[in-house]
Design a protein. Structure first.
Length: 369
């Protein structure tokens, strides 16, 4: 099978390397997505182990379509019986951009009709109850090119299963995992987040350090499919559990001025199984001190579009520049959408990486020299 895994813009290379490191082969990065191929075990492993992708879809077809007849025939040409049984549910959703076919409801109706007509031929029935496992059909039409996917994930992969609550401006788990990856977090690291909020960066860092697979604590859409052998799923889950390393020296510290956020962070860390590795304290960035011989500071400070007005955010950047001093074995990884971050911080980053937090263009500023 061919698979497509969408990801945040700017993370394609990291996401591809993450999948390769997890033992998935034939991986290649494209704009906003990663493609790879494999069997049922690959499908299960990618869902369990991908830290940075949004979901795992089976790529069923790609073709040009400028009218509904062509869309219908392109969808009907797919061998749907390979994946969808007589009682399975198969809802349709998607989007269209810069294309002739602009009506999403009309496209949904045409695709649904084409799937039904194809299944009639293989199932020898004219009625489908759709009370079985959900096989979500996804379509994307971009510049008249149609992509048809079958979603294997269900709720997006950033839904790890541990964040029961969040503060007003939560960072997605996939982006937090990307920051931990850029900071090269390992099992012997000390990590600090002085604006920890609901604790996502620290939790993702701890789970990365301990090699706890992102999807180990949640369920997936494919688990209700008759076409996927449960024995394969259990084997891959056990493989993931066997690779965990809970005896590492990792420790983290999370600071925030919001007692409510800290309480949420503690609860989330406990749910994530890393509560004993993270110390949360009420502390202002102006009171930040650094007693560490080695430390990786990874943070997402509040900024104008999110929680503070721009000038207040820039005042915090200046404080950070004073507190985050250049020392051996100290690194600082900061994400911000503010193009003036470096001038406010007081020095240029050793390395920068552009990526998108949703639709917001950001830079990750990395200091390690």
């Amino acid at each position: 099978m061919q698979f497509v895994a969408p990801c945040l813009l700017g993370l394609e290379g990291l996401a591809a390397n993450d999948l390769k490191f997890k033992g998935i082969e034939d991986v290649r990065a494209e704009n906003g997505r990663v493609l790879f191929s494999g069997d049922e075990a690959t499908l299960v492993r990618a869902n369990l182990c991908s830290s940075l992708c949004a979901r795992i879809g089976i790529l069923l077809a790609e073709f040009e379509a400028r009218d509904f007849d062509t869309l219908f025939e392109g969808v009907k040409a797919i061998d749907w019986s390979r994946f969808i049984g007589e009682r399975d549910a198969f809802p349709v959703k998607g989007n269209s951009l810069s294309s002739v076919l602009t009506s999403i409801p009309a496209c949904q109706k045409i695709i649904k009709k084409a799937v039904v007509e194809k299944l009639k031929e293989s199932c020898h029935t004219t009625w489908f109850e759709e009370d079985g496992g959900v096989h979500q059909i996804l379509f994307r039409i971009f510049k008249n090119r149609v992509t048809i996917l079958l979603d294997t994930t269900g709720p997006a992969l950033n839904k790890r299963g541990y964040r029961a609550l969040s503060n007003d401006a939560p960072m997605k788990e996939t982006l937090a995992a990307a920051m931990a990856e850029l900071a090269r977090v390992r099992g012997n690291h000390t990590v600090v987040d002085p604006f920890c909020g609901s604790g996502t960066i620290l939790i993702e860092s701890a789970r990365k350090a301990m090699k706890i697979m992102p999807g180990i604590d949640r369920d997936f859409a494919f688990e209700s499919w008759e076409q996927i052998d449960p024995a394969i799923t259990e084997r891959e889950r056990q493989r993931a559990r066997d690779e965990e390393q809970r005896d590492v020296d990792f420790i983290a510290y999370g600071y925030d001025i919001d007692d409510g956020a800290l309480e949420i962070a503690r609860r989330n860390a406990d749910l994530a199984g890393v509560g004993d590795r993270i110390v949360f304290e009420r502390r202002d960035i102006r009171d930040y001190d650094d007693p560490f011989e080695r430390v990786s500071v990874i943070t997402n400070p509040p900024y104008g579009e999110r929680m503070l007005d721009v000038e207040e955010a820039r005042k915090l950047y200046r404080v950070m520049g004073e507190k985050f001093r250049q020392k051996p074995f100290h690194s600082y990884t900061v994400i911000s959408p503010d193009d003036h971050f470096e001038s406010c911080f007081g020095r240029a980053a050793d390395k920068r990486r552009k990526l998108y937090n949703g639709m917001l263009r950001c830079q990750v500023y990395m200091y390690y020299k």
